[in-house]
Write a protein that binds this ligand. Structure first.
Ligand code: ZN
Length: 479
């Protein structure tokens, strides 16, 4: 508790030193506020990391301690990533796992991941967050569920603080090894008593429920095929005792559905209901294989979903019924998923994939429903909404996801005068999703620059890439 208080005091001291920032003359400011306003010549007035005013530049105060002129830029709320496995940036495009489905992909990679050391967690966290920041992301949730050779979630939390993005650190876990009928080898699973003790320690040490929090802790047993029902129940009870969120992979593939039906006698969503794993404080990654009744259950109970279209396509898992979920009122956010199944952490790119995947799905459904009106598709603005407001709702963050008074000063900006957007400036907002994904010129988190003039300011990127490649080589070649 003392450590936590101390960390918070340092945080407050830091904020008090910051004072005001004026952001002005954005060609277009996308607020994602309750009225979805898009403001020409827009700007923000920021005090101590929070937005005080939003509007046309001529209605904002004329001065501030720091002034950022965004002439010729589009200004958007920071994108929020709701599902990732940072450590997998070390195992992108591994030859033996390039063309495998989920279960075979996992079985190929588990032993490689089992060789990671604490330093590998720190290196991969920096890389993933650097990539995210450069793609307009300001908050990321990460799901770390493998802790070999003394690695801890603390390694990730400390490395994330260096980069400067907000982190929802999920204390993942695996306890159902091969010998008990699970998928992972016994060597990479943990003891359940220890998992719960460590989860409690992490919540007490790092979880900050206050507005503007930089770190929140989430409890996240990995998946139905790698943990026991008992650990799921105990994790839920512990999370509710402390008021932290719950997260897991669910209904990702047909293999998983068959596993649940055979081993537990339930479809994945019914299994979650049985374990008390539904509610406002729960979100699931994927949910590709959910039926109409299950979508209604998500909407009715407040369960959120992290939509990871690239990963679902990469592993040939399928396409999530995104539009159906939005129409039913399900909270849906966007996730890039782990970098061994994407294999990149580009949030704008992922918004584009969500849009395109929804249209492939609509085309397939439309073809099988001849005579009826065409199924609905996702628009560019809806894709951006899922990546901002939608993701914030999924993570339970009412202080994020929109540029509005009282919200955190988390945003990114892109210079529109570039090759990729040439000929698309009739609608710069839609161009963000339709055109080829580009990197952010500016990314600001809580009023502080993480990316400035297109460069990451918190890390020496060439050195980071070199260290990351060295670590990846050692893991994958060390056989
Ligand atoms: Zn995942």
């Amino acid at each position: 508790l003392f450590v936590k208080l101390f960390v918070r005091q340092i945080g407050e001291l830091d904020r008090n030193l910051m004072s005001t920032m004026l952001v002005k003359h954005a060609l277009i400011l996308v607020t994602m506020d309750d009225h979805r306003r898009e403001i020409p010549d827009g700007g923000l007035f920021i005090r101590d990391g929070f937005i005080e005013q939003v509007g046309p530049t001529d209605e904002l105060p004329g001065e501030a301690d720091e002034v950022l002129d965004l002439s010729g830029h589009i200004l958007l709320p920071g994108l929020i990533n709701t599902h990732h496995h940072f450590y997998q940036t070390l195992t992108r495009a591994v030859p033996a796992a390039q063309d495998a489905n989920l279960f075979n992909w996992l079985k190929t990679l588990y032993p490689i991941w089992g060789r990671m050391k604490p330093e590998d967690i720190r290196i991969s966290t920096r890389t993933a967050l650097a990539e995210l920041a450069l793609s307009g992301c300001t908050t990321a949730s990460d799901h770390l569920y493998i802790y070999p050779n003394g690695a801890r979630l603390d390694d990730e939390i400390h490395a994330a603080a260096e980069v400067g993005l907000r982190l929802h650190a999920s204390r993942g876990s695996m306890s159902l090894g091969e010998s008990k009928g699970g998928l992972p080898p016994d060597a990479v699973v943990e003891d359940e008593t220890f998992i719960l003790k460590d989860s409690q320690r992490l919540i007490e040490q790092y979880h900050d429920p206050s507005p503007g929090a930089t770190v929140q802790v989430v409890l996240a047993p990995c998946s139905p095929f790698s943990v026991t029902p008992e650990l799921m129940r105990q994790s839920a009870a512990l999370a509710r005792e402390y008021g932290v969120h719950l997260h897991t992979h669910l209904a990702e593939t047909q293999d998983e559905e068959e596993f649940c039906v055979q081993k537990f006698g339930y479809r994945p969503v019914a299994y979650m209901e049985l374990l008390n794993w539904v509610g406002q404080d729960v979100w699931f990654a994927h949910s590709v294989y959910v039926n109409e009744t299950e979508i209604k259950l998500y909407a009715g109970t407040g369960c959120g979903v992290a939509h990871c279209p690239s990963s679902n396509m990469r592993l040939a898992s399928g396409i999530m019924p995104l539009v159906e979920m939005l129409q039913a009122g399900v909270k849906v956010g966007l996730g890039v998923d782990g970098s061994a199944s994407n294999d990149g952490s580009h949030m704008l790119g992922e918004a584009r994939q969500a849009l395109l995947a929804s249209r492939v799905r609509a085309g397939m459904l439309g073809a099988s429903r001849s005579g009826e009106s065409a199924p609905p598709i996702l628009t560019a603005r809806q894709a951006l909404e899922v990546a901002t407001r939608g993701s914030a709702a999924v993570l339970g963050r009412s202080d994020l996801g929109a540029l509005a008074p009282g919200k955190c000063a988390d945003f990114f900006a892109i210079n529109l005068n570039r090759l990729e957007f040439s000929g698309a400036l009739h609608d710069p907002v839609a161009a963000m999703v339709f055109c080829a994904p580009v990197q952010a010129d500016t990314t600001v988190v809580g009023g502080k620059f993480v990316v400035k003039a297109g460069e990451l300011v918190t890390l020496d990127l060439p050195r980071q890439v070199e260290a990351h490649n060295r670590a990846a080589r050692r893991l994958v070649m060390e056989l």
